[in-house]
Design a protein around this ligand. Structure first.
Ligand code: HDL
Ligand code: ZN
Length: 417
């Protein structure tokens, strides 16, 4: 590699390693939400990604594994995936990265020592330290107004924490309307199963109320591979006549997370979801029909990534984001980031962590910075080889946009609650 190329690679990796991150989709919760914020080695080891991998080896049915207590489940995962064979999968390597980032030595493979570290930590100091080590300025939560424990915290008015911002998740409304009707009626909303009467106005009122209560930066829903728009489904009608008008009125984008096949193997619980290739035409139809709405879009199938990039070239109100879930491995992150950069320049959001356990942001962002940084380094080196003078200031400016700025300008950052 020539000297100029080496310098560009070094500058790029340094800029990406240091850039502040807005983590735009996580399942983390602010400490005010109490036990909803998961943390510690036993939570890391019983993350559903690792459970799925361990169950491929364990001679027991998933249901039997699920009945064990958390510590026993963690012991089994540790033995199966870390002691009996090398932890080479992304989720396993992530646990190793997280331990090392915290100053623990993965070398001894001493689970008791790691447990002792987490038992002794001061929760508030630990949260601050993890965010600092990960270089994450804030994480956007996934906030479900239909979730009992979480709803109770919102109604009591949690103390705002600028490290944790809200996103209003509407799967229960858009994906399970028949059961949502009864909950909404119980909460005083005049809605009908057949969507008649004042239903759409009342759903708009419900969404507006929760966008305001949470200060959500965006509203969101995950959608199956069969998602179609327009269409006769309650999901399509609620989106068009209630949710998107409410999001536009509140000035927030809507995040479409498309391609998840829920409960492919129900016995595995949260680990039982799969994926399918979706129809990008639904995304294009939404962007065209709702030009005043903004759409954050991530798709779960590798085969949808190129189509989504081409669609984004057609609609400025479409912002592709993340290498979601089964796409979050170094190989696919590199492939998708190169594809996006080739087709969209810098007008995309490369990654979100999807972290469920606090310490996962340590590994998800360390690994993401490495993969995205490598691709950007190549792109800047190619640009220099074409004759452009690539400067360190340019690289830092561009990295800041990719890892936070693009999101914040797309969301037109709402004042913190
Ligand atoms: O629907 C989602 O937000 C997904 O991210 C699921 O929560 C999934 O279980 C997950 O955690 N993926 O990383
Ligand atoms: Zn998620």
């Amino acid at each position: 590699m020539n000297a100029e190329r080496e310098t560009i690679v070094r500058m790029t990796r340094d800029a990406v390693d240091k850039v502040r991150v807005a983590d735009i989709h996580t399942h983390l919760f602010a400490p005010a939400f109490g036990p909803l914020l998961l943390s510690g080695i036993d939570e890391l080891l019983t993350y559903h990604y690792l459970v799925a991998e361990a169950l491929r080896w364990l001679p027991m049915p998933a249901a039997a594994f699920g009945r064990l207590d958390k510590r026993t489940r963690a012991d089994l995962v540790w033995r199966t995936l870390f002691l009996e064979r090398s932890p080479v999968s992304e989720a396993c390597r992530g646990v190793v990265t997280a331990l090392a980032s915290l100053g623990l030595d993965p070398g001894p493979r001493d689970l008791a020592e790691y447990r002792d570290f987490f038992a002794r930590r001061n929760p508030e100091e630990h949260v601050a330290r993890v965010f600092d080590l990960a270089g994450v300025e804030y994480a956007v939560m996934t906030n479900d107004p239909f979730d009992g424990p979480e709803r109770a915290v919102w109604l009591a008015g949690p103390k705002p924490d600028p490290r944790f911002r809200a996103a209003l998740r509407l799967d229960a409304l858009l994906g399970a309307w028949p059961s949502a009707v009864f909950r909404l009626q119980a909460w005083g909303f005049d809605v009908e199963p057949g969507l008649g009467g004042r239903t759409m106005a009342e759903v708009r009122r419900f969404v507006a109320e929760w966008l305001d209560r949470t200060g959500a930066l965006y509203a969101a829903a995950s959608l199956p591979p069969t998602f179609a728009f327009p269409g006769p489904s309650s999901r399509a009608r609620l989106l068009a006549e209630a949710v998107l008008p409410a999001a536009e009125a509140a000035g927030v984008p809507f995040a479409l997370m498309i391609g998840v096949e829920r409960g492919v193997n129900p016995d595995l619980g949260p680990a039982g979801d799969g994926l399918g290739r979706a129809d990008v035409a639904a995304v294009q139809n939404l962007c065209r029909a709702f030009p005043s709405n903004r759409f954050l879009v991530t798709m779960l199938s590798r085969e949808n990534q190129h189509e989504l990039c081409v669609a984004a070239r057609k609609f400025a109100n479409l912002m592709p984001f993340g290498c979601w879930w089964f796409l979050n491995g170094p190989g696919l992150v590199r492939e998708i980031t190169a594809l996006r950069t080739d087709l969209l320049g810098l007008s995309y959001i490369p990654q979100h962590s999807d972290a469920r356990v606090l310490e996962q942001i340590l590994y998800k962002w360390k690994h993401a910075r490495a993969a995205v940084g490598d691709v950007l380094a190549e792109k800047y080196a190619d640009l220099a080889a074409a004759g452009w003078r690539v400067t360190e200031d340019d690289i830092r400016r561009d990295a800041a946009a990719l890892f936070a700025g693009n999101f914040e300008s797309f969301v037109a950052a709402r004042p913190a609650k």
